[in-house]
Design a binder for this molecule. Structure first.
Ligand code: TYD
Length: 133
């Protein structure tokens, strides 16, 4: 699995930090949707799906969480804990998020509008889909 972590540009001075992300420049897609996950219980696990076409970047803009990324062959775990580092979750990548610190806000930049048919929520179906491509 190639390196999926990206450090975004940041402007920091003695008053604080500012991170900026431009579509098609800093992320490899046009951003059509932004959503964020918060108020997550420390023992909760989310995700458990892959997408057929959707491309996303996950960024913990506050707090921290772990993400398992599985391409059907290899599983990689990343810990998101820096507001200017994101992880790319492309199509055909089974992902699960867990170990959320209290107060975490996980920001997601997505290449498409919400579409339930783009989700693969069954792991066996995911493995079949990866193999068939
Ligand atoms: P889901 O993607 O399953 O969340 P997670 O992967 O974090 O467990 O989404 C949870 C619910 O929210 C699901 O019923 C669909 C709905 N939803 C939308 O309506 N629009 C959206 O943009 C997203 C991301 C989810």
């Amino acid at each position: 699995m190639e390196d999926l972590l990206k450090t975004f540009k940041q402007s920091t001075n003695n008053t604080g930090s500012l991170t900026f992300i431009e579509a098609q420049r800093d992320v490899p897609f046009e951003i059509k949707r932004v959503y964020y996950i918060y108020n997550v219980a420390g023992n909760a696990r989310r995700g458990f799906h892959a997408h057929r076409e959707l491309k996303q970047f996950l960024i913990c803009i506050s707090g921290s969480c772990s993400v398992d990324l599985n391409d059907g062959t290899t599983t990689r775990t990343v810990r998101l804990q820096d507001p200017n580092i994101g992880v790319y979750v492309g199509p055909k990548m089974w992902h699960e998020m867990y170990d959320f610190a209290e107060g975490t806000v996980l920001l997601v930049l997505a290449s498409g509008y919400y579409s339930e048919p783009d989700y693969i929520r069954n792991y066996e179906e995911f493995l079949q889909f990866v193999k068939s491509e």
